[in-house]
Design a protein around this ligand. Sequence first.
Ligand code: GLY
Length: 431
Amino acid sequence: MNSRLRIFVVGSGGREHALVWKLAQSPRAERIFCAPGNAGIAQQAECVPISSSDLVALADFAEQENIGLTVVGPELPLSQGIVDVFRERGLRIFGPDRAAAVLESSKVWCKQTLSKYDIPTGYFATFGNVEDALSYLQTQEPPVVVKADGLAAGKGVTVSRTLEDAQEAVRSSMIEGVFGSAGRRVVIEEYLEGDEVSVMALSDGENLFLLPPSQDHKPVFDGDQGPNTGGMGCYSPVPLLSDDLAEQAMEQIMRPAVRAMAQEGRPYVGCLYGGLILTDEGLKTLEFNCRFGDPESQVVLPRLGGDLVDLLDAALDRNLPDAETSPDKGAAVCVVMASGGYPGEYDTGKLIHGLDEVSKREDVVVFHAATKATDEGVVTSGGRVLGVTGLGDSLPDAIDTAYRAADQISFDGAHWRRDIGRRAAGRNEVA
Ligand code: GLY
C-alpha cells in the first residue's frame, strides 16, 4: 500500500462533504481536515475556520499540518490561483492551476478555444462592446443565450425567449454591471435543445479517468419550472448516455479539451467537468467547469468504485489509469433540501430535525451543504441546506430511498423537488 496521508479539503458545501466522505473511506487517509467545512463535515473531518479564498492562510495551514494532499472544491480559489500558491511552496494539491482554470473563469476564452480546436459546441459570438452586442442580437432568432464572461456564482447565464429580454440581459451585464467585472464581456450563443448531462473526469494533464456520469436538475420547481438554482438534485447513472455516447463524449469532447489545454500551454490537472447536451446533431459542449460538480459529486462519489486518494495521487504523479472508472456501484439519487425562499431571499438559523434518525440508515447519506452546529442542534446556514442521497440497485430504488429519507427530515420552510430522476427512471408519479 502507498503511504498514509494527511488530507485537506477546501470548501464548505455538499460537494466538499461528499469529497471528505469518500476520501475518509480510503485506508490511506490518516487524518482529514476541511476549511471551513460545515456541521456535517465536522463529523468526518477536523474543520478549521479559514475562508476558502484566503489562499495564503490555507497554504500556511497545509505547511504547518504537514498535509500530503489538498483537494479544492469551489471554482473561486482555483481561479484565484490556489494551486499556484501551494505548488510554489512544494505542497501537493489536486486541481487546475490559475492558467488552466480559465476554462471556467472565462466563458469567452472557453468558447474561442472550443472553436479553435473543433470541439462540438453551439455557434456563438463574443463582445466587449455593448453596442456591438446589441446590434448582433438584432440578427439572431430567439431563444438566445447571453453569458457573462467571468465567474458569477452560477447566475451569469440567461436564456431569453424574446429579443427584448436578450437586450435587457446584455444591458444589465455590460452597462448596469449586475455581475461586476465578470459581466463586462459577454458570449451570445445559440440556444441548444436537448437533455443535459454532467460528465466529469479526473485528468493528469494527458490521461483521463471517467467518473460516473450524472444529471443535475437546475430549475427550482418540479417539471423544470421556475428560476435556475445551483442544482436541486441529481442522479446517476444516466440512462440516456449509452456506452456509445459516453465514449463519444470522451473522444470528441473531453480528450480533445485536455489536448487543447496542453497545446495552449495550460496543461489541465484536476477534475474536468463537461456540461454537455445531447442534441439532434449529437453531443455538444455547453460549458466546462474546472472542478467537481455540486450536487453531482453527491451521487458520483458514492457510486465510484475506486479509492479516491489513490486516483488523485496518481493524477498528481501524471500516472492516472486512462480508463473508465472501476465498476461503479448501483444507482444514486440526491434530493437537495433548500431553505424557504431559495433561490431568492431566505432565512437561516432554522433548527433541522430528523438527522440522527436518517443517519442510522446504510442506504442513505445526508451531505450537508449549509449547516452550522449550535447548542440547540444543527441549524440551516444557507440556501441549499442538505443533499439527501439515496443508494440502490436501480434508479427507482434509489429514488424511493432518497425521498423516504427526505420525508424524515424537516426544518421550517424546507422545500425540495419531488421529481428528481423520475423522468430518467421512466416514472413521473410522486412517491
Ligand atoms: N451543478 C452545477 C455545477 O456544479 O456547476
